[in-house]
Design a binder for this molecule. Structure first.
Ligand SMILES: [Zn+2]
Length: 475
């Protein structure tokens, strides 16, 4: 995002709190033996054909979709799906989940200054039907979070991890091609699955990082370095640059906000096989908070944001108070990003939903529904919006044999909706329950999980002061 983006992310990791596991939401050990059958449900499979299967029976067993319209095992727990709609679990392809950490060694044996309860970090995703996320600033702590979820200690989404390789002004430094290539190899060695290229890489290093990643069989997502501004767009559409992290990466490269320019980007992306995360919600959120902090407090889900971040977004908001000129500029970007989406759609470049969740004004989980609405407003059909947040994300991550559609044999990541999202995209928020890796979380449990987070946040609000924390770091 902005140049503060990465700095802010680093600071987010500096953090202090008790890490009490929430007994209410612990996975039960008998989970693996649980068999479920959803009866009379309308399945929106999100396969390429996507033929809705009405009044179907879906059996879920051993984490997977065991059968569709076959017999119901005797010991199955029945879920009534009459007049309800079943979609694949949603995928947010651009998130920044809060995690423990310290950007420097305080002293040996001293851990992070602030810690976070992993369940509380993950609950907003699950409550919103987001069962897979792509962490675009992955750190060792995110590997830890992923492992807690895999172990079954925490109910959370699948997490794909992209390690940031930046340039001069960032902390993840790669100043030259040789640094860049080494950074990719280290990332591979440390267990990250993807590389995220960042704003401050110079041209040669960007190219070396993307090339080395290809050699290491790692796909690349990310920003387009500002070093390319004023050059030809074909210079940064290079092989293995697989996914652009925001439409803003393109608008940053030009002062020409015409549809023709958007079409040029789309054509080059298509030729190069580069996909796009439009991330429309990000700039809309920036413009809103630039105008008023009330817009932050009014955010749906704000009460589930960790108190440290609530305090930061309200007392140290880097967007708030922008000049009228800057706000006008944000509006121009919002409009141009819509043109980019239209041009990419016209050129048949695949687009995946991503929100930049975790950044100021963008609430984990809730933000994906905002993004879907904006994509539809920009010209997506409801089905295309759903595709961008299900099958296509799985395809880019190369886990489409495991998730992303409702088909026998895939993992049971499913969202049961009270109303049909193909009729109205905002119906994705009307969640009756979520299957997370075959575990059923009904509405009642979702509400308990959410109120756990809210209650904890309210009880601990006073303990978190963003400015104080920054000052303590200067000492
Ligand atoms: Zn981001």
């Amino acid at each position: 995002m902005t140049k503060f983006h990465l700095l802010v992310l680093i600071i987010i990791f500096i953090s202090c709190s008790e890490n009490k596991p929430t007994e209410k939401v612990q996975q039960s050990s008998s989970h693996q033996e649980m068999i479920y059958a959803i009866k009379n449900v309308n399945i929106i499979p999100m396969t390429t054909k996507n033929t809705v299967i009405k009044n179907a029976t879906v059996v879920i067993k051993k984490h997977k979709i065991y059968s569709i319209n076959k017999s119901i095992p005797k010991n199955a727990t029945i879920i009534e799906g009459k007049n309800k709609w079943l979609i694949p679990g949603l995928i947010d392809m651009h998130v920044h989940t809060l995690s423990d950490g310290t950007p420097f060694v305080m002293y040996p044996t001293k851990g992070p200054l602030v810690s976070f309860n992993t369940q509380y970090n993950m609950t907003p995703y699950i409550a919103n039907g987001v069962t897979t996320v792509f962490e675009l600033a992955a750190r060792p702590e995110h590997i830890g979070q992923r492992n807690e979820i895999i172990r079954g200690d925490i109910i959370g989404p699948r997490i794909a991890l992209a390690k940031v390789i930046g340039g001069n002004k960032s902390n993840f430094t790669a100043k030259n091609p040789s640094d860049g290539r080494n950074a990719v190899r280290f990332a591979k060695e440390e267990g990250y699955e993807f590389i995220k290229v960042y704003t401050w890489l110079n041209e040669e290093t960007f190219k070396a990082v993307v090339d080395e990643a290809e050699k290491q069989n790692m796909k690349v997502v990310g920003h387009i370095p500002v070093a390319f501004k004023g050059k030809q767009a074909k210079d940064f559409f290079i092989p293995n640059f697989g996914l652009i992290a925001h439409a803003e990466e393109l608008s940053k490269q030009t002062d020409d906000y015409s549809y023709e320019k958007a079409q040029e980007f789309a054509r080059l992306a298509k030729e190069n096989g580069t996909w796009l995360i439009p991330n429309l919600s990000n700039m809309v959120a920036i413009e809103k908070q630039a105008k008023s902090l009330q817009n932050i407090e009014n955010l749906q889900g704000f009460k589930y944001v960790h108190p440290l971040m609530q305090d930061k977004w309200l007392t140290s908001n880097s967007y708030y108070g922008a000049s009228d000129d800057l706000i006008t500029y944000y509006k121009e970007l919002i409009d141009f990003h819509i043109l980019i989406v239209k041009a990419f759609k016209e050129a048949k470049v695949p687009m995946v939903s991503g929100t930049d969740a975790g950044i100021s004004g963008i609430v984990l989980g809730f933000s994906l529904h905002d993004e879907l609405k904006l994509l539809v407003e920009a010209g997506f059909t409801n089905e295309e919006a759903l595709t961008s947040a299900t099958r296509l994300g799985a395809e880019w991550l190369e886990i489409d044999d495991k998730i992303g559609t409702i088909e026998t044999g895939k993992f049971a990541d499913l969202v049961l909706l009270n109303e049909n999202p193909l009729e109205k995209i905002s119906n994705t928020i009307k969640i009756s329950g979520v299957f997370v890796n075959g575990k059923w979380i009904d509405r009642n449990k979702i509400d308990i999980m959410l109120s756990d987070v809210e209650n904890w946040n309210n009880a601990n609000k006073e303990k978190y002061d963003w400015k104080e924390l920054l000052n303590s770091l200067k000492k």
